[in-house]
Ligand binder design. Structure first.
Ligand SMILES: NC(=O)c1ccc[n+]([C@@H]2O[C@H](COP(=O)([O-])OP(=O)(O)OC[C@H]3O[C@@H](n4cnc5c(N)ncnc54)[C@H](OP(=O)(O)O)[C@@H]3O)[C@@H](O)[C@H]2O)c1
Length: 350
């Protein structure tokens, strides 16, 4: 009896103590940041604010009366947001630009700092694109094993070359440019201003659960998000001594139009879907749904944005959302085969 009480107390203490300590540390962090940077004084640059999660981030910061710069390629959507939030935000300014173009990144930085009167407290890198095809389909690799021969007499071996390796390489370069190289380049441009002009600068990067655990049909997307995870993890440690905090946020599935930006689908099947309501577009839309997997149980973009703002306020290093996705990380340490099974099940690979 006594031993089971001792066991229960030990287990409770083992679980409760770290939770208690981390919640005390978090509370101290938010109080510290708010006292240094009140909400209505916070100068925030949101990269990728024309739709989805970034747009909701802009709305949340505007309602806190922050000073905002919103960045994306689709200028008309940014202007609509400026109209919507103009009277609510402390100030709001749109900067149009493509973050994969180095000259745009330089201009975005200079225009943003100009609009914010020379200083920045929070850089949120939310822009991103996805991939939705199985790798073998993208590269044109024949995976049927019906005609398997264990040796080949064909001296050219050309029948063993995939139909479209170039497509796979190009899609990979595109996705790495947006999800990894552009965040890196934005960071090097904004970091000096974050160090020099903020009392508690934050860089918040919107990654994905795909940056933690692989999933079928997402191979090149997972690669780009894993690269970002590694870079920003290490960077966070390097720049901590400057007072700048680096936080990575990894959401699960969120209900947005991200799949329409897929780098491995023809443009007509991707972006054009948003504006068209034709029968043909509807067919493509259902086809896209088939390719891309289900959004069942997805978070809303607003709930995700609230989590990202919280992660910035609390200066969390690595936030996963919704919270129960933490379980899959723990499970991945205990039983990787089970997590692989769950991922395959989610994407119809069982
Ligand atoms: N939706 C999900 O299920 C989910 C889950 C986990 C993580 N995430 C991550 O969340 C982030 C936001 O995605 P979302 O779901 O909100 O999708 P979204 O609505 O498609 O938003 C993507 C944003 O990125 C911007 N963007 C893309 N390429 C750009 C470029 N070259 N230059 C400038 N801006 C660019 C887009 O603006 P323009 O097209 O106007 O340039 C748009 O504002 C992404 O990093 C994504 O990986 C999403």
């Amino acid at each position: 009896m006594l031993s089971s009480v001792v066991l229960a107390a030990t287990v409770t203490a083992t679980v409760a103590l770290p939770v208690l300590v981390s919640s005390i540390i978090r509370r101290r962090r938010i109080i510290e940041r708010i006292s240094l940077i009140p909400h209505d004084k916070e100068r925030v640059v949101i990269i990728g604010a024309s739709s989805g999660i970034g747009l909701e981030l802009a709305r949340i910061y505007a309602h806190r009366h922050a000073h905002l710069v919103i960045v994306a390629r689709r200028e008309e959507l940014l202007e609509q947001l400026v109209q919507e939030l103009g009277t609510i935000a402390g100030s709001i300014h749109a900067v149009q630009g493509d973050i994969t173009a180095p000259e745009d990144v330089r201009r975005i930085t200079i225009e943003s700092l100009g609009a914010l009167r020379g200083g920045i407290d929070t850089l949120i890198i939310c822009a991103g694109v996805i991939s939705v095809l199985p790798f073998e389909e993208l590269a044109g690799i024949n995976c049927t094993t019906a005609n398997r021969t264990l040796s080949s007499d064909n001296a050219e071996y050309t029948h063993l070359i995939p139909a479209n390796p170039q497509a796979a390489l190009e899609a990979s370069i595109k996705i790495m440019n947006v999800n990894y190289h552009a965040p890196l380049n934005l960071t090097s441009h904004f970091l000096p201003a974050l160090i020099q002009t903020s009392s508690a600068g934050n860089i918040i990067v919107v990654s994905s659960m795909a940056g933690k655990i692989g999933a079928p049909t997402r191979s090149i997307y997972c690669a780009s998000k894993h690269a970002a995870q590694g870079f920003f993890d290490a960077l966070g440690m390097e720049v901590e001594r400057t007072g700048v905090h680096v936080g990575i946020v990894s959401p699960g599935t969120v209900d947005t139009d991200l799949r329409q930006s897929a780098v491995d689908l023809p443009k007509s099947e991707a972006y054009d879907l948003s504006s068209s309501s034709s029968a043909q577009a509807n067919t493509s839309r259902s086809e896209l749904k088939r390719i891309a997997g289900t959004k069942k149980g997805a978070m809303t973009a607003h709930a995700c944005a609230e989590g990202i703002v919280r992660a910035s306020d609390y200066r969390q290093h690595d936030a996963v959302m919704p919270w129960f996705y933490q379980m899959s990380l723990i499970l991945n340490l205990i039983s990787p085969p089970l997590v692989r099974w769950l991922a395959k099940k989610k994407y119809g690979y069982l």
